[in-house]
Design a binder for this molecule. Structure first.
Ligand SMILES: NC(=O)c1ccc[n+]([C@@H]2O[C@H](COP(=O)([O-])OP(=O)(O)OC[C@H]3O[C@@H](n4cnc5c(N)ncnc54)[C@H](O)[C@@H]3O)[C@@H](O)[C@H]2O)c1
Length: 263
């Protein structure tokens, strides 16, 4: 089997902590070759390219035209997922796109339709599904070993962990806050474990404490100027989803979970 030719769009945190090390491991096993990396910040692309011994690009169009990857990872913020995915699919690539998949439902729907039209795979990075414990639980639930699941409780977030990267503070690039950028994993995992039943009703409350109670930043105080974060970026959310078949899911999302230890 020939190694799969892959390219990475966006050389930020998740590219360097997740996708690129994984592609390196796959390359060492003879499964993939990294043909290029791209970032709108040229120094970032160059530094990453040096580290992974590949070519650096500033433009996605140039990278795809020159390297003809079979698969691209899209590791940019959600505001660019839609147009980058459509471009890559139309160029014949399979796409692995970071979550949240898009800024809204209609963008996500168009991405799925474009993948179907192009006959290419579009996958979203919901890696919690691949954890050993998730697979174990999935199999036990599917086999009926645990009986019907009547309720799922999910929590996602971090202790005093409001992101400091500025693009996470802008609605125009991030979309929303902790629910979209973290707890979406927990919600996806819960739905997947349950076999994707239809939701019947959903209610939720979101708010941003940062603006009104900067002290909620705890030991991270001074890392973020509260007035610089768009009000749409929630740092707390609580929700309740009622599914067909009677199962309920409670969702709690918190980027500013207090800790008893403050030092
Ligand atoms: N799956 C996970 O567990 C996980 C973990 C962390 C982040 N993420 C997701 O990954 C995405 C990126 O997060 P991050 O923390 O890596 O952000 P980041 O800001 O560190 O990295 C994004 C990079 O993309 C580059 N970029 C932006 N637009 C571009 C374009 N059009 N072409 C090429 N490069 C472009 C930026 O310059 C930046 O270097 C977010 O949607 C986030 O929610 C997922």
């Amino acid at each position: 089997m020939q190694p799969t030719q892959v390219a990475v769009i966006g050389c930020g945190r998740i590219a360097n902590e997740g996708h690129l090390p994984a592609y390196r491991t796959a390359a060492e096993a003879g499964l993939s070759i990294l043909v290029g990396v791209c970032d709108v910040i040229p120094e970032r692309a160059q530094q990453t390219a040096r580290q992974y011994d590949t070519k650096a690009f500033e433009s996605v169009e140039d990278m795809i035209a020159e390297t003809r990857p079979e698969v691209v990872s899209i590791t940019t913020m959600p505001s660019s997922h839609h147009h980058l995915t459509l471009h890559a699919l139309n160029a014949g690539c399979h796409v692995l796109c970071e979550k949240p998949v898009a800024m809204d439902f209609s963008e996500a729907e168009e991405m799925v339709q474009a993948a179907e039209r192009a006959g290419r795979l579009l996958s979203v990075c919901f890696e919690y599904r691949y954890w050993d414990e998730s697979v174990y639980l999935y199999n036990r639930i599917a086999a009926g070993d645990l009986g019907p699941v009547h309720a799922v409780r999910t929590w996602g977030g971090s202790v005093y962990g409001f992101p400091t990267i500025a693009s996470f503070h802008r609605q125009a690039s991030a979309g929303r806050g902790v629910l979209d950028h973290w707890t979406i994993h927990n919600l996806d995992l819960a739905l997947w474990l349950l076999g994707n039943p239809e939701p019947l009703t959903a209610s939720a409350f979101c708010h941003q404490r940062l603006a009104r109670y900067p002290a909620a930043l705890g030991p991270s105080l001074n890392t973020i100027k509260p007035g610089t974060v768009d009000p749409e970026i929630e740092d707390f959310a609580m929700g309740f989803v009622r599914m067909e078949g009677g199962t309920v899911i409670s969702v709690e999302a918190n980027w500013l979970q207090p800790s008893v230890r403050t030092s």
